[in-house]
Design a protein around this ligand. Structure first.
Ligand code: UDP
Ligand code: MG
Length: 311
């Protein structure tokens, strides 16, 4: 394969001293078989182990190895964004250094995007992960799909490639809390998926514990859905309804002279109505706040896929 284009590998690293040398080695091996210009854009997300030292040592003899060091741990989403901002390639391929998505798949990504796509997502045939993680992942993406309405591909892998046009669009997104997969779907354009084989993490440990995954899920939901706000409005309405039914029932029972201890049921009925009204109006206020939030993010209003005869 010969290609007169440059590909930037965006690689976030956070305490990856155990895998980074191996990663560079395997990448070089895989890339030797593809004739293409490339650069590595490593983004260190505030590691305090030997990760940066190892990368810098490699960079001494190889100008294709670039490193951006964030001043403290910003989280993977920001690290990847920094990498995309610094990359100069025609194609940008984003991957983790743990070799779960293996370098030997890279040439297939290039072949696929050369067909004229703007973004190619890797999806895994089977996830090489333990039972709990695997099912948790499934649940995570399932809930996201439901809440956000984003048509994310199933069994998403980490490895994905996109072109310069797509990267420039991504850079226009200035929001602070970002959920990258969501932004990718929001950009749209011509997308494709590629099935890849996965390996186990080469060494070291996953940095995404349950708490971090939950954080990401909430970020994604708040970023791409107003459902939680609408929930308050709906719940408020349901409460009002229940309260009214309770009061009507009490009045009915009294009218037909059914004897029961009076007093507290009517108080409860009134209480439910009052709670419902409050929840309802808090929900309405929240919907306005949601709109302000959306405006504040300043997302581009539209994403053009292609133009004809326009310079
Ligand atoms: N990572 C990061 N900042 C963080 C946590 C993780 O840049 O705060 C990087 C990490 O170095 C790795 C990638 O994000 O390259 C994915 O992390 P990991 O492999 O631990 O997650 P998993 O594949 O288990 O979801
Ligand atoms: Mg991993």
């Amino acid at each position: 394969m010969i290609l007169k284009k440059t590909i930037s590998f965006i690689v976030p690293v956070y305490f990856e001293e155990a895998v980074i040398s191996r990663f560079i080695l395997e990448m070089r091996e895989a890339l030797a078989k593809i004739e293409i210009n490339y650069e590595f854009v490593f983004v260190d997300d505030g590691s305090t182990d030997k990760t940066c030292e190892i990368i810098k040592e490699e960079a001494k003899s190889d100008v294709k190895i670039k490193l951006i060091e964030l001043s403290y741990n910003h989280g993977k989403q920001s690290a990847v964004t920094a990498g995309i901002n610094y990359a100069v390639g025609d194609y940008l391929l984003y991957m983790d250094p743990d070799l779960q998505d293996p370098p030997e798949e890279i040439h297939r990504f290039i072949t696929e995007i050369e067909k004229g796509f703007d973004l190619v997502f890797g999806v895994r045939r089977e996830k090489k992960d333990n039972f709990i993680n695997r099912h948790f992942s499934k649940l995570f993406w399932g809930v996201l799909r439901k809440f956000t309405g984003l048509q994310l591909p199933k069994n998403l892998a980490v490895m994905r490639i996109f072109n310069r046009k797509f990267a420039n669009k991504f850079i226009e997104y200035k929001e602070q809390n970002r959920f990258i997969e969501g932004v990718f779907m929001h950009i749209g354009m011509k997308q494709s998926v590629l099935e890849i084989n996965q390996r186990e993490r080469y060494a070291g440990q996953s940095k995404f514990n349950f708490r971090k995954k939950m954080e990401l899920a909430f970020n994604a939901i708040f970023d791409f859905s107003e459902l939680p706000l609408k929930l308050a409005v709906r719940l408020g309405l349901i409460f009002i309804l229940i309260g009214i039914i309770t009061l009507l029932t009490i009045i009915g029972l009294k009218l037909f002279l059914v004897d029961f201890q009076s007093g507290w049921p009517s108080i409860i009925g009134a209480l439910i109505i009052a709670t419902g009204i409050q929840l309802f109006f808090i929900g309405i206020a929240a919907l306005y706040i949601g709109k302000v939030y959306k405006e504040a993010k300043g997302r581009p209003l539209f994403s053009v896929k292609e133009t004809t005869n326009i310079q």
